[in-house]
Each structure stands twice: as C-alpha cells, then as structure tokens.
Design a protein around this ligand. Structure first.
Ligand SMILES: Cc1cc2nc3c(=O)[nH]c(=O)nc-3n(C[C@H](O)[C@H](O)[C@H](O)COP(=O)(O)OP(=O)(O)OC[C@H]3O[C@@H](n4cnc5c(N)ncnc54)[C@H](O)[C@@H]3O)c2cc1C
Length: 371
C-alpha cells in the first residue's frame, strides 16, 4: 500500500472519528482521518459520564489524566434538576458506582484523542472531503492536498461517516435521515467570579424549554437554553433577553449579563435524529452522523466512542470474513436508539406543568416520532 491507499478513510475527526481510528489502529488497519476543524475553538458537549472510562480503557487509555493535562478536566460532583416540579432534585456522584463523570474542555478532549490516533499511526489530513466514486472494491475520494493545495485522490476499502449532524457521507449515499420534533439550543460561554465553585450540572425546565449550566475546568461557565427554533433565534439575536431569562430561572446564585460573554451566543440543532440505515456497502456511520441524541441524555460523547469502537470492529470483521456482520451493527445501533427513546419519552412526560405551551405540547403529543 502506498500513501494514497488506506483500508479505512474516516471523514470527521471528532470524538467518534478519533475513537474509531484508535480502534482500527489497534487492529493494524491502515487508516486516514480528515477534518477541517479548528481544534483551538470552544465546542459544545462537556459532560462525560463516568461509564466512559470503560470505553477509554478499551481504547488503551487508562484515564483522562493520561490523555489531557489537569486543567482540561474536572470531576462532576452530581446533577441538580428542577424538572416536573419547582423543587430541586439531587443526584450526587457519591451514590453512583461509576462516579459523577467529568466536565471537560471538549476541544482538548477531541484533540488529545486525535494525537493518540496519530501516535498509533493514523494519518491525519486537515482537509475537506470532495467528490466520492464508489469502485468495485472500495471508494476513490477526491480531496485538496493539505500540503500542496492541489487536487489529490485517495483510495479506501471502507469509509466511515463521522461528520456529526452534517452526515456528509450518508447524504452522498442517499440514506434517509429521520428527525423527531424540532429543538434548537442557544449556547453561551461566560467568565465566572472567583466565588463560583459549583461543580454540579444544573438543569431546570421553564414554560418555553429548559436550561442547563455547568462550570468548566478553565473556570468559564457554559449556559444552554433548549427550545423551539424561533425562541432560540430570538435569544441569539437578543443576548440581553438570553441573560434576563437565565437570571429569572435562578440556576446560579449570581446575576449574569452580556459583559461576561466570552464570544457571541451560538445556536445549534439539538433535536434527536438518526439515519434510517447506519451501514451500507463498504461504508458505515458513527457518532452523531449515525444517531444524534437529545442533549438531555448527556450521552453524545459516550455513544460517539461506543459506535466508533463497534464500527471499527464491524469493519475489521467484514474485511476478514468477506462482508459479514453488517446486520449486527444495525441491530446494536437500533437497540441503543430504542432504549434512549423510551428513557427520553419517560423523562419529557414527567414535566406536565406547561402543557398549554407549544414546546411541551409537541413532546406530549408526538413522542416517539423517529421510530
Ligand atoms: C446543546 C448541546 C449540548 C450537548 N452536551 C453534551 C454533553 O454535555 N455531553 C455529551 O456527551 N454530549 C453532548 N452533546 C452531544 C455531543 O456534542 C455530540 O454527540 C458529539 O459531538 C458527537 O461527536 P461526533 O464525533 O459524532 O461529531 P462531531 O463532534 O460533530 O464531529 C464531527 C466532525 O466532522 C467534521 N466534518 C463535518 N463534515 C466534514 C467534511 N465534509 N469533511 C471533513 N470533516 C467534516 C467536523 O469538522 C467535526 O470535527 C451536546 C449536543 C448539543 C447540541
């Protein structure tokens, strides 16, 4: 094999793509990953559950301290939520055998997984995927060379779609995307006062959606509001209103305002969605590209790693056994989806104080809709 031929090409170097690259390298497959992302930029998704340690172990990583420096992660001491009632419910880390997990700097986490994959021999191409041609025994990919800027071709037996919610490869292969009710998130990162030491995740429902906030290891705080697209658009355009409603919800003991903002408030799709088929002829999808969770579950990164690992194992088995094992991959993904969907339904239907409000009405009338 030369430098343009790979067993597997992974498009997207987020948590899912990098976990898959590590697993494929553990199995000695020749791998490349491509992404155009700026790894120094803040990224949403900071709560990593304690159970993620088992997945990291399976990638040959003993713990977060092996992956990142101490300033990039800190223990989450538990969750406090006011959901379905005005009273706060505590779920502290001490009572969970796997601990409360961590709050991490997400960009650092993904970058450290990428470095690990590179150390193990994965080739990183800081470029975007262009055209794809499917061949008899794999695929030909057209990219812009990161070194020369010239058009270049690479060949791979298998392709992995790890492009997150953009699902670039699945779109190319014409696979249908199924989406539940509409939900967007408005995300703000703020500076915090020295007195803010609260290492718990806080969640609270309000008539038009729900808030969550968490302190991050670099002493910034992320504040997120989930609601209908028009409410999110309004909050993003009117940061004053964002902070007025956050202060009114009383999740933290001090007032916030636009002066604390570290960058502009951003909006992200936060609906639950999935691909009708997660695997096809010599390609499969992992992470959000395959199945994107409602953020209430805090399982996006866990699933990104899990699907990266089982996706890599499926490819290894298929290469050894002439394409077998594809149904098992679909079945495993469907099982995760069904489990998550029933938990989500249960959770949203616990909130029945705001049934005259459009945001909550949609959950009570149409769950589950991505089945
Ligand atoms: C508001 C909100 C809060 C969340 N909070 C949490 C949380 O606390 N905990 C948690 O576990 N999860 C959380 N999630 C979910 C979590 O962020 C995602 O599940 C996770 O990022 C999925 O990882 P991924 O690797 O599949 O995709 P991504 O992280 O989206 O990575 C995809 C990568 O693909 C690259 N890419 C895309 N298209 C191309 C292309 N054509 N060519 C090359 N590269 C491409 C992108 O640049 C990107 O780097 C949250 C999500 C939202 C919306």
């Amino acid at each position: 094999m030369d430098k343009h031929n790979f067993d597997v090409a992974i498009v997207g170097a987020g948590t899912a793509g990098t976990a898959a690259a590590i697993k494929l390298r553990q199995n000695n497959l020749k791998v490349c990953l491509m992404d155009v992302r700026d790894f120094s930029k803040r990224r949403i998704g900071e709560s990593l559950p304690g159970a993620a340690l088992r997945l990291l172990n399976s990638l040959g990583i003993s713990g977060l301290d092996e992956l990142m420096d101490d300033e990039s992660f800190q223990a989450c001491m538990g969750n406090i939520s006011s959901w379905g009632s005005e009273h706060w419910q505590y779920s502290d880390a001490m009572r969970n055998p796997e601990g409360g997990g961590w709050h991490i700097l997400r960009n650092e986490f993904d970058l450290s997984l990428l470095k690990k994959a590179q150390t193990m021999g994965a080739v990183f191409l800081p470029t975007k995927l262009g055209k794809i041609e499917s061949l008899k025994t794999g695929h030909r990919l057209f990219i812009k060379s990161p070194l020369t800027g010239q058009a270049e071709q690479i060949k791979a037996h298998w392709l992995i779609d790890a492009t997150g919610r953009s699902r670039s490869l699945a779109k190319h292969f014409g696979v249908k995307q199924l989406q539940s009710h509409s939900q967007f998130a408005a995300i703000a990162w703020i500076k915090t006062p020295e007195s803010d030491q609260d290492q718990q995740t806080k969640i609270k429902t309000v008539p038009n959606g729900w808030w969550y906030t968490a302190l991050l290891p670099d002493r910034t705080r992320v504040i997120v509001f989930h609601g209908l697209p028009k409410d999110i658009a309004f909050k993003v355009k009117n940061p004053n209103q964002f902070f007025l409603s956050f202060n009114a919800a009383q999740l933290i003991p001090y007032e916030t305002d636009t002066d604390l903002l570290l960058e502009k408030i951003i909006a992200r799709d936060a609906s639950a969605s999935r691909l009708e088929q997660p695997i096809g002829k010599n390609w499969l999808s992992i992470g959000d590209a395959c199945l994107a969770f409602d953020p209430i579950s805090s399982q996006g990164m866990f699933f990104a790693m899990y699907s990266g690992i089982i996706g890599a194992e499926t490819i290894k088995n298929a290469m050894e056994q002439n394409g077998h094992g594809q149904n098992q991959y679909s079945e495993k993904i469907k099982k995760v989806y069904r489990h998550n969907q029933s938990q989500r339904q249960y959770f949203y239907q616990m909130e029945n104080r705001f049934l005259n409000k459009p945001y909550w009405q949609q959950y009570h009338s149409s769950l589950p809709t991505t089945a």
